[in-house]
Design a protein around this ligand. Structure first.
Ligand code: URA
Length: 289
């Protein structure tokens, strides 16, 4: 791998790397703005992903987390006027967004300021799934707009993707008070919305950020450390899924940014090179979110 590009990627993710003086002398200066996500004025965001590629891992068919059938029936929705069908599975994007905005299927509707449907390119190749809106997202009605969101943007920029090029959604569309973990019954009520978003989007890859999103999507209690570092399959197995650390966790534990970077590079490689079988790169047993 090109050393300068590796350093650029790590720098873009906020990882400080010691660089020998002679290497620094050879390094090409990049404006910080560009390295951290926002394209320089007049410069288009990169549309193709071309991260450095690690040594080839053996390609094996793998479905290490046995996909569970989704047993939830149609969610009981208290739908607003204008929703075209009470069944999210038959809604188009706009009807789905309208249904979410008026959803009163669980108690979170009492405390939310705004629903947080999702944001981004509805034809995106990459879907990023987080846990639930926090205070900033609740105020803005948009996922990942706080500090963690800004880091997520930089992580995406590190693999050449602008936030606008991907689609970002959460397991929950409403903020749990005090940022507590989503409750199973809340996630179940919201599930049909996310499932329909995935169906409408048809992404080529899914990136789950954080333990809560990963466990919910994969229907498993396995710790995050055992889920990341390899390709998994979304439910029926059609969509390759990768798990990485939640940006909020990375803000608290910056040392883990190197592993998150490895995850992102692998996602970028998969998007760039197209399909292939799932890849098992071994286990990482640390437990963190
Ligand atoms: N954390 C999440 O998981 N999602 C958000 O939208 C914001 C923070």
């Amino acid at each position: 791998m090109d050393e300068r590009r590796r350093l650029d990627y790590l720098g873009a993710m906020g990882v400080d790397v010691w660089v020998p003086r002679h290497a620094k002398a050879n390094a090409v200066e990049r404006p910080e703005e560009t390295a951290f996500g926002a394209p320089a004025p007049g410069q288009a965001a990169p549309s193709t992903v071309s991260p450095p590629v690690r040594a080839a891992a053996p390609e094996v068919v793998l479905n290490p987390v046995a996909p569970q059938p989704v047993e939830s029936g149609p969610v009981e929705l208290d739908l607003p006027d204008g929703a075209s069908s009470p069944d999210p599975a038959r809604m188009d994007w706009d009807a789905l967004e309208t249904a979410v905005s008026g959803c009163r299927a669980c108690g979170l509707c009492e405390t939310r300021a705004n629903t947080v449907f999702g944001v981004g390119n509805r034809n995106a190749d990459l879907l990023i799934i987080g846990e639930a809106p926090g205070a900033d997202e609740d105020r803005a009605g948009e996922p990942f707009v706080g500090r963690a969101g800004r880091l997520l943007n930089r992580m995406l920029a590190a693999i050449g993707l602008a936030r606008e090029e991907v689609y970002i959604a959460n397991v929950l569309k409403c903020r749990p008070p005090g940022n507590r973990d989503p409750r199973p019954e809340e996630a179940k009520q919201c599930e049909a919305y996310l499932m329909r978003q995935i169906e409408l989007l048809g992404p080529r890859a899914i990136l789950c950020v954080g333990r809560v999103a990963a466990q919910h999507i994969l229907q498993t209690d396995a710790p995050l450390g055992s889920l990341r570092g390899r390709w998994l399959a979304f439910r029926a197995g059609a969509i390759p899924l990768r798990v990485t650390y939640h940006p909020a966790y990375l803000l608290r534990s910056p040392a883990q940014k190197v592993k998150a970077w490895e995850d992102l590079v692998e996602v970028a490689r998969r998007l760039r090179e197209g399909c292939g079988e799932a890849i098992d790169q071994g286990n990482d047993k640390d437990q963190s979110d």
